[in-house]
Design a protein around this ligand. Structure first.
Ligand code: 13P
Ligand code: SF4
Length: 301
C-alpha cells in the first residue's frame, strides 16, 4: 500500500522508540489491522491480551470503551486513543444512574454489562460480558433472572439460548441494527448456497435466519474452519476486508454497514498519538476500582 507507506514506516519506528504496542479491533481498516497492529481481535481477545502487554504505552485502535477497558486492566501503563470522539451508540445508550435505577427496580437481580459501555456503567455492574462470552457469563451466575445491559438484541439473542430470564435495556448498535432478515433472503436468492454469518448485535430476526451467529473472532474462526465457497458477514465493513486477506479462496459478498466511530481511527492519527502521546485515557480511580472488578470477573468465566 504505497499511499500509506510513509505513515506505516513512521509508526513502526515510533513503536520501537516509545516502547509502544498497538491493539486493534477487527473493525479497523486493513492498513491498520495488517500493517501496524501488534495484537488484533474481538473485544474479548483485546481485553485478555491487554493483560499480557509488556510495553509502556498501549495505543488502542478501536473505540473509547475498548481503550478504557485496556486502561482498567493496565492502570500503570499509558493508554492512548488516537481520537477521543471514537464512541459507540451502545455505550451512549446508558448511564451509571440508569443502572442504579434498574437495580432499584429489580432488587437482587444480578447485572451483566456488555463491555460496550463506559467505565462508570461497568462500575455499577456485577460482571461484564462480550459477544464472545455472554452466554457463559449469564450461566456462570446461576441465577434464574439477570439484567443484561445495554444491547437489547444481544440480550434477546442470548435469551433464546438459555432458560435464564433476561431483563433487557433498549440500546442498539447503530451498525448492526440496520441488517434485516429480508437482506438475508435477498442474499440467498442472489447467491444460492452462500453461508450467512451474523453478529449477535443484529436483530433476533437476522440471527434466526443466519447460518451462524458469533462475535467477530467467532465469525473469523468459522470461515477458517468451514472454508465456505461464498460467505457474507452481517457486520461492519472492514471485517470482511481483514478476513478476506487470509482466505483468497473464499468469495466474500460484501453488503455491510460502516461504523463511523471505528473509522475515526486512521494511520495518521495513530502516528500523531505516538508522536505527541495523545489522547491519554484516564479513569477516576474510585470508578476504575469497581469497573476493573467487573471486567476481571468476566475474564475468569
Ligand atoms: P466483538 O468484536 O466483541 O464481536 O464486538 C463487536 C463490536 O461491535 C465492537 O464494537
Ligand atoms: Fe459500537 Fe456498533 Fe460501532 Fe461496535 S460497531 S463500536 S457496537 S456502534
Amino acid at each position: 500500500w504505497p499511499a500509506f507507506a510513509d505513515d506505516i514506516d513512521a509508526i513502526l519506528a515510533l513503536k520501537r522508540e516509545r516502547n509502544a504496542v498497538i491493539l486493534a479491533h477487527n473493525y479497523q481498516t486493513p492498513e491498520i489491522f495488517h500493517c501496524v497492529a501488534d495484537i488484533v481481535g474481538d473485544s474479548l481477545a483485546l481485553a485478555r491480551k491487554a493483560m499480557t502487554v509488556d510495553a509502556e504505552i498501549i495505543v488502542l485502535a478501536g473505540v473509547h470503551f475498548m481503550a478504557e477497558t485496556a486502561k482498567l486492566l493496565n492502570p500503570d501503563k499509558t493508554v492512548l486513543i488516537p481520537d477521543l470522539e471514537a464512541g459507540c451508540s451502545l455505550a451512549d445508550s446508558i448511564t451509571a444512574e440508569d443502572v442504579r435505577l434498574m437495580r432499584q427496580r429489580y432488587p437482587s437481580v444480578p447485572v451483566v454489562t456488555y463491555v460496550n459501555t463506559s467505565a462508570a456503567v461497568k462500575a455499577e455492574s456485577d460482571i461484564c460480558c462480550t459477544s464472545g462470552n455472554a452466554l457463559a457469563v449469564v450461566k456462570s451466575l446461576g441465577a434464574p433472572r439477570v439484567i443484561m445491559l445495554p444491547d437489547e438484541y444481544l440480550a434477546k439473542n442470548i435469551a433464546a439460548q438459555t432458560k435464564v430470564e433476561i431483563i433487557a435495556w433498549k440500546g442498539h448498535c447503530e451498525v448492526h441494527e440496520r441488517f434485516t432478515a429480508a437482506d438475508i433472503r435477498e442474499l440467498r436468492e442472489a447467491h444460492p448456497g452462500i453461508s450467512v454469518l451474523a453478529h449477535p448485535e443484529c436483530p433476533p430476526a437476522v440471527v434466526a435466519e443466519a447460518d451462524f451467529a458469533g462475535s467477530t473472532a467467532a465469525m473469523s474462526d468459522y470461515v477458517a474452519r468451514h472454508r465456505p465457497e461464498r460467505v457474507v458477514l452481517m457486520t461492519e465493513c472492514s471485517m470482511s476486508d481483514n478476513v478476506a486477506v487470509e482466505h483468497p479462496d473464499v468469495d466474500f459478498v460484501r453488503p455491510c454497514n460502516l461504523c463511523p466511530h471505528m473509522k475515526r481511527i486512521t494511520l495518521t492519527n495513530i502516528r500523531t498519538a505516538l508522536e505527541e502521546t495523545r489522547h491519554v485515557v484516564t479513569i477516576d480511580p474510585l470508578v476504575a476500582e469497581r469497573a476493573r472488578w467487573a471486567v476481571e470477573r468476566m475474564l475468569f468465566v
